[in-house]
Design a protein around this ligand. Structure first.
Ligand SMILES: Cc1ncc(COP(=O)(O)O)c(C=O)c1O
Length: 440
């Protein structure tokens, strides 16, 4: 047996290891394909093709240090091009993107962030999860944050304003940006529900300081779970990247020292997987088509609805920039809405209410007990302990009456982008039929 050490020129004890089978192989692929619900016969054919391929290498489902071009990186590039920002970071959700955005801005204990009274709870919960205090402000007929309510809500502690482009519509970005710029406060556009929409020719998510998107299954363009953060600010991008990746341990110089002051801090793990990245990439490529089909179907239905006394539509800050994922009508009052809604549903129109004072729903602030009652996950009582008790916001269930009034008389009609002209005509006919019975 050779005794000369390899380091001294002797033979290596281990000349070769492997090749080993891939960690993620054919069984895992078949499980993924099962999600697509192929017919049994086709599944058998696919299985046979997969089994016959002896050279299959298998995927590397981690975006960093990937020997193949990363799908997540490709999705980021495609999203950057779609939205028109210099930087884009993929995350595992919009919730994560929002927290990364707040953290990138340095938001934490003692700070306040202005959020709308009508949004999915995640917009506000993420403020609390970042140890900051949400300040709840009214929405107007756009069902998005009103610039006037923002102006009134600003205090010395305000560190960000978060307009939410709710239900595929567009917030009043010029008026909100005017207020924000006047006070020097960054704006985070929560674009979770309106990817692909625009305001006066600029894509949503590119107008404020940061944009955050959701790709969860119920959104406009989807990857099951997933999110993106967009910005033109390199510094904020770097800090968000660090937060989303446990202090950026996967950056090219991996464990390198801090490059700029306040670059290095403890973060979490919000990375997107290659599986979601691949789905997101395919969806982003189709985003413009998906949005334009939604838009066309919605406007076909809207233009076929007759004029009725007491009927109005949600005001859009920019008609041309709407994604068209739904049509929102206002009826004269909540009582009429409660009668019209079941009648529309009985006709087969995919209609839903937005707010009913008797139905719990975390899209309206008055059910956010976690916030209204200053709840905290830990003994430190953050975020509420971050400011003197007498300076805490005075939350009440009826603090935004204008929002509640508008929401209680709204009816939302869901628009599927696969609707054909005939479907649109039938939906409009159903709406006209019901409204002529109730709005005489
Ligand atoms: C307005 C808004 N913001 C944030 C989120 C959170 O998105 P995600 O489910 O990707 O975390 C949602 C999701 O419903 C949302 O509607």
């Amino acid at each position: 047996m050779a005794t000369k050490l390899a380091i001294e020129g002797g033979p290596k004890a281990v000349d070769k290891l492997g090749p080993f089978p891939t960690k993620i192989g054919k069984d895992e692929l078949l499980e993924v394909l099962d999600l697509w619900q192929f017919s049994d016969g086709n599944m058998e054919k696919i299985r046979a093709i997969i089994d016959a391929d002896k050279g299959v290498k298998g995927p590397h489902l981690f975006r960093y240090y990937n020997p193949r071009p990363s799908k997540v990186a490709a999705a980021e590039k495609a999203m950057k091009e779609l939205i028109g920002t210099k930087y884009c970071m993929a995350t595992n959700s919009c919730t994560s993107a929002l927290i990364a955005a707040y953290r990138a801005l340095g938001i934490g204990a003692g700070d306040e962030v202005i959020v709308p009274a009508y949004t999915f709870f995640a917009t506000s919960a993420t403020v609390v999860a970042s140890n900051a205090i949400p300040i709840i402000a009214d929405v107007d007929e756009t069902l998005c944050l009103s610039a006037e309510s923002v102006e009134k809500a600003i205090t010395k502690r305000t560190k960000a304003i978060v307009p939410v482009h709710m239900r595929g519509g567009v917030a009043q970005m010029d008026a909100i940006m005017d207020v924000a710029n006047k006070h020097g406060i960054p704006v985070i556009e929560d674009t979770a529900q309106a990817a692909g929409g625009s305001f006066k020719g600029k894509m949503l998510g590119s107008i404020g300081t940061i944009g955050c998107f959701s790709f969860d299954y119920y959104k406009v363009i989807v990857s099951g779970e997933g999110g993106f953060m967009t910005t033109n600010n390199e510094r904020l991008y770097t800090r968000a990247l660090n937060w989303h990746d446990c202090a950026a341990c996967w950056r090219p110089d991996r464990f390198g020292p801090e490059k700029e002051n306040e670059d290095l801090f403890c973060g979490e793990n919000y990375r997107m997987s290659e599986l979601e990245g691949a789905v997101a990439l395919a969806q982003i490529r189709k985003a413009k088509t998906i949005v334009s089909k939604h838009f066309a179907a919605k406007n076909k239905i809207k233009s076929a609805i007759e004029k009725f006394k007491g009927l109005s539509f949600r005001r859009l800050a920019d008609d041309a920039g709407d994604t068209g994922i739904c049509l929102i009508m206002f009826l004269p009052d909540a009582d009429t809405t409660k009668k019209v809604l079941p009648a529309l549903q009985a006709e087969g129109v995919p209609a839903g209410g937005i707010y009913d004072s008797k139905v719990r729903d975390w899209h309206t602030y008055n059910y956010w007990e976690h916030i209204l009652q200053y709840k905290s996950v830990s003994k430190d009582r953050l975020p509420w302990s971050g400011v003197p008790e007498n300076e805490l916001p005075k939350y009440t269930k009826d603090m935004c009456p204008k929002s509640l009034e508008l929401l209680s008389k709204a009816i939302l009609i869901d628009i599927d982008y696969n609707l054909q002209d005939e479907d649109c005509n039938k939906m409009a006919a159903g709406i006209n039929k019901v409204l002529s019975a109730y709005l005489k």
